[in-house]
Design a protein around this ligand. Structure first.
Ligand SMILES: Nc1ncnc2c1ncn2[C@@H]1O[C@H](COP(=O)(O)OP(=O)(O)OP(=O)(O)O)[C@@H](O)[C@H]1O
Ligand SMILES: [Mg+2]
Length: 321
């Protein structure tokens, strides 16, 4: 993939992280991640691309190591596991201030094809079919991990991480032939010989410094391991429907998941999931992320008014949960 690194450098130079909409090179925000912000930058060489800005690396070596993992993760998903990913690339550079900025670059997928948008345009039957299709895609990972425990992959199966190919040309019906693309590859969780390859400290870089110790102590191990666990990934996926304001569909999805995992061809022993469990998981998860964002805003305030240091992360506005 061709990447116009000079343009990205100019973009970064003219970017105001607190007001990304006022960037010197105009760009629209396609989405916010915990560690990345996803832009479409308005220029000839970047139009049609999703540029995921990662301001988390401290050294060139760290970025190079991440690049290797990012490429291996995308490659393994696509070639060894059979989950489609958008075409991708990566670049990093040093700014004039000596900071390292990296970008994952992906082909931009149509906004109305992304799972969390799609579910608002589908009827119940089609949502159920989409959900089962995602469980089938995820099963490819669990099967791969079972057969290759020494090079297992983690995955974040959330509804907002999948794009549905050509949905509207099919009359908005999900069929067994509907194809999905998984695009949230910016957190390339991979194990080699049972050891996580992605440095967990990278997740902490955007966290307020006054919280790093508590996150490291309370959450980090959980966050890093839950993406390898079919049951937890499924609960997380179902819980998304609360966040997406579709609580009424949760019982049906719980039932569909339990039915799916009891199928003979799914070689996973998963304890049945209950609705209560999904609800309490969601409550806890929503509380954690709401608090986390609030503390990041405090950290931004401290940087601006007390420490007088630049705050390089971009924070989302209020998120409806
Ligand atoms: N290639 C793409 N094309 C179109 N939209 C995209 C693309 N990649 C991301 N987005 C939009 O941005 C949102 C967040 O992106 P993504 O899922 O990659 O990161 P994340 O899970 O939020 O963050 P992170 O992994 O960095 O913590 C997506 O839900 C989607 O709406
Ligand atoms: Mg995502």
């Amino acid at each position: 993939m061709y990447i116009d690194i000079e343009l990205l450098k100019q973009f970064e130079k003219g970017l105001d992280p607190e007001h990304p909409e006022n960037s010197l090179i105009p760009a629209s925000v396609l989405g916010y991640g915990e560690i990345s912000t996803i832009f479409e930058i308005e220029s000839e060489s970047t139009c049609g691309l999703a540029c995921k800005r990662l301001p988390i690396f401290r050294t060139g070596d760290e970025a190079a190591r991440y690049e290797q993992l990012y490429n291996a993760y995308n490659h393994t998903l696509e070639k060894a596991i059979g989950i489609s990913v958008p075409s991708y690339g990566f670049t990093s550079f040093k700014t004039d201030e000596g900071r390292i900025i990296a970008f994952d670059i992906q082909e931009k997928l149509p906004a109305n094809s992304i799972g969390n948008r799609v579910i608002h345009a589908l009827n119940t039957e089609n949502i159920r079919a989409l959900f089962l299709l995602i469980l089938s895609e995820l099963s490819k990972i669990w099967e791969f991990n079972r057969l290759n425990p020494d090079r297992a992959l983690g995955i974040d199966g959330q509804i907002s991480n999948w794009s549905i190919v050509n949905l509207y040309s099919l009359g908005a019906n999900i069929t067994p032939d509907t194809r999905l693309v998984y695009f949230d590859t910016s957190t390339p969780l991979m194990k080699r010989g049972g050891v996580e390859q992605l440095d967990p400290e990278l997740f902490l870089r955007s966290a307020p410094s006054f919280l790093v110790w508590i996150i490291r102590w309370l959450f980090l191990k959980d966050v890093m391991t839950r993406y390898y666990d079919a049951r937890l990934v499924t609960i997380d996926l179902i819980a998304n429907f609360y966040k997406e304001q579709k609580p009424e569909i949760v019982p049906l999805l719980v039932e569909a998941a339990n039915e799916f995992y009891s199928r003979d061809d799914i070689l996973l022993a998963i304890k049945p999931i209950t609705e209560k469990e999904v609800r309490s998981y969601y409550k806890e998860d929503a509380l954690i992320w709401t608090l986390f964002l609030a503390f990041r805003r405090i950290d931004r305030w401290l940087h601006k008014y007390i420490l007088h240091r630049p705050y390089i992360y971009i924070l989302p506005g209020n998120i409806k949960r």
